[in-house]
Design a protein around this ligand. Sequence first.
Ligand code: ADP
Ligand code: MG
Length: 647
Amino acid sequence: MGRIRVLPDQIANKIAAGEVVERPASVLKELLENSLDAGGTRFRIEVESGGRRLIRVTDDGCGMSRDDAMLAFERHATSKLRDVKDLLSISTLGFRGEALPSIASVSRLLLETRSPEESTGALVEIAGGKMLRCDEAALAAGTSITVRDLFFNVPARKKFLRSDQTELAHIASLATHYSLAHPGKTFQLISGGAELLHVTPVATLRERVYQVFGSQTLDELVELGDCQRELLLPPAPVAPPEAIADYRREPDDPPSRVFRLTGFISRPQVQKGNRNSIFTFVNSRLIRDRMLLHAISSAYHNLMPHSCYPFALLFLDCDCEEVDVNVHPAKTDVRFRHQSFVHDFIRDTLRDRLIESRPAPAFAVGTPQPAMGLPFSEFTQMLDNEAPPPSEPEGQNAAPEFTLRPEPGPQPRFDFGEVGQAVRLPSPGAKPPVPETHGDFPPGFLPPFSSSLTALGDLRPLGQIHESFIIAAGRDGLWIIDQHVAHERILFEKVLKQRAAGRVEMQALLMPLILQLTAEQQIEYARIADELQSIGFETEPFGARTIAVKAAPAAVPIGDLEKLVFEILEIADGELRGLSMEDVRRSIAASIACRAAIKINMRLDQAKMEWLLSALAATDYPMACPHGRPIALQYPTRDILKAFHRI
Ligand code: ADP
Ligand code: MG
């Protein structure tokens, strides 16, 4: 007798649940997506004990008939796909028909639903995959699904759950981010009777970001606007690798496709220790994609230290056929048809916006407070501290990790504590009356709160502190500029521009510098020899594992040359770890700039300071040095006035 058996549905569902339901937040994701697909406009989410004990989602969507309510729990039962062709143009969030039977197989589930056209509703109760009840009932139009005792019959899964607080943090974050994707809808999240989130419909994403994060976070973000890029399709149909390729292209396909990107990204001063604050939506679906993360990181390359990540809330919209969402059961992964086009579109758009906005970092005055309107920040903060479970490889999590808490910006390299204290000291209410003799500032005098680095061009240098930092007065306040990193930024952009134009300035060495390489360094050298040449190094092999450096980029001190070459070979090694050739080029330019830049503890005369400031103002990105450190700090006039109790 044969040994192969077809698994009963109940077991198959439990297996599917392993992929779809990782934790309470993944249940919420499926329920919320169903409610959104059902056309709901108001979503009420109730949870208890971080969702272990209870998760209930109530919507005012299209509801289900009694027959559909029962069918919904059959495996692969869906109203969203009709035939295989539909798989290529999925516009709904769900389509696999797996979520409800999977969730029902690992919990006690109650479905209450009524479609507005019918007079009575249906009530279905299931526990551990077994149907207990299916009755008619008088119900409000819409659907409510209650999931109790998640994993009550799968103790092994239960053990993997984190504390209630952590699970709640995941839930809060998920609910919030769906609310950001749908500003026109109402979202309410209640945990153990306490309301954690309640947002009412607004017209724009900006208003929703304000509702959710408050004005402080909004100030730290740059809005992308409506950015588009057109992809020209080749005239002949492309043959895709999948078996369902026949359906991929219709003969009347348009010859081009437009990709749209909207959303918010943080200024480079907002630096996070992990990727938890990056949210990407593709066609309104919250997804986690390595390629998108890479594109975002590349946009911040040389604007932020390597180990830091920004906050990003990105919405990419494109033709459904440009993206395959049927890659993973939890539908958090996607595959783009034109990966590198999408990658470059995102990287270039973000970088351009960052460069345009030129935000100036203000002095770190006091500790930034979590944004108002974010009552669950204490929960979400925990996600930042949470180490990933050992079994989960990075980027493979079924449920993305979310966090909302705005974090303090980077600590300035040097402590400006005295300045901070001067501003912090006066307590609210204790403001002494200002005698009239002190004079008033004319109305309309006050500059805008967050000023931009375009102001750098008009600064008047006053002197140096520690022969390292230039103090300058500007129309919008007092500035401190780190002379080394400022010069680094200037040289970095100069090296890259000269490299692009094929006109690098070089210095010939009187005696070639002979360097002994390890086997690994030899391999890296062979790979980047051309790049070295185009960026200003003249090198050639000189016997086994030895190279001779005959010329170097003009400004590099000869004494630093050996260290620089080895540093560059180490950067090239980074390519193996995922750096693109362009990133390697930028890193090489950063190293050259760092070696050639004026150092700290160096006296500068007035003319030099003036030159430095105007050259810095002329750079594309005067906010951060190529390693991501801030260059200029501003003490805005407004803060000065506040500190002197003038306002
Ligand atoms: P999928 O979403 O992939 O279709 P699910 O198992 O999540 O599969 O849901 C099965 C079906 O149940 C859906 O296709 C939809 O017709 C119905 N359904 C689920 N939730 C709701 C809801 N909140 N309102 C109306 N219909 C729903
Ligand atoms: Mg679904």
